[in-house]
Design a protein around this ligand. Sequence first.
Ligand code: ATP
Length: 231
Amino acid sequence: MSPALKADDLTIHYEGRAFRYSFSVSSPGLVAVTGPSGAGKSTLFQILSGFATPETGTLRFGEQDLTDLPPGKRPVTLVFQDHNLFAHLDVFTNVALGLAPDLRLGAGQKEAVEAALDRVGLGGFSKRMPEALSGGEKQRVAFARALVRKRPLLLLDEPFASLDPDLRLSMGSLLLDMVRDGNMLALMISHDRTEVRRFADHVIAIEDGKVTYCGPTAAWYLPGEPPEPES
Ligand SMILES: Nc1ncnc2c1ncn2[C@@H]1O[C@H](COP(=O)(O)OP(=O)(O)OP(=O)(O)O)[C@@H](O)[C@H]1O
């Protein structure tokens, strides 16, 4: 079986610093992308989403060669920490933007938006404005927008960073369910070791512009951290 996502020597330089990524993840699921500040995690996401152009290397997703595809043609959805909601648009419209940027929705698409809102626990919230939502609810709207896009590769840049610990847990569970139900591959940048251990199937660790570990979460541990006990 070909790997779900394979990066082969993707290279970019910023201010004389080299970032060089090689890794492969062979099955769908939730992958944590972790590493110190400035290591190159967001830079990897920029390359995967097509917003930064690597100088060398190739990127494949399943049978598809993504290397030269423009961002809009990639099977990718990006979710950011600040949720990227438009303050002057209601919840329904914020989600609908994921489906049709011109907001011309057919009946089936309107149903898809409502179904996605139900899926993330926001049934009945269609007419609410973002200012009337809690941090967790805003995150749910961002997830609903990602769901309606039905793109199989989800990139989440510290999606829970602004949420309190209890909310992080419930949103992590929701994300994991969404990823598994949709047979998606989700890469999530996280600095939170507990979150990584609890939710991620795989870890990609990045240090100084290079991938230093890519494998199952159970076999990943930091210097000074004991290996996971066998269960
Ligand atoms: N477009 C760019 N132009 C110049 N330098 C850049 C650009 N994008 C990233 N960099 C530099 O590359 C380095 C890595 O940045 P990156 O955002 O990938 O780190 P990170 O691992 O995501 O860090 P953090 O955890 O702090 O968000 C930084 O020094 C940053 O300034």
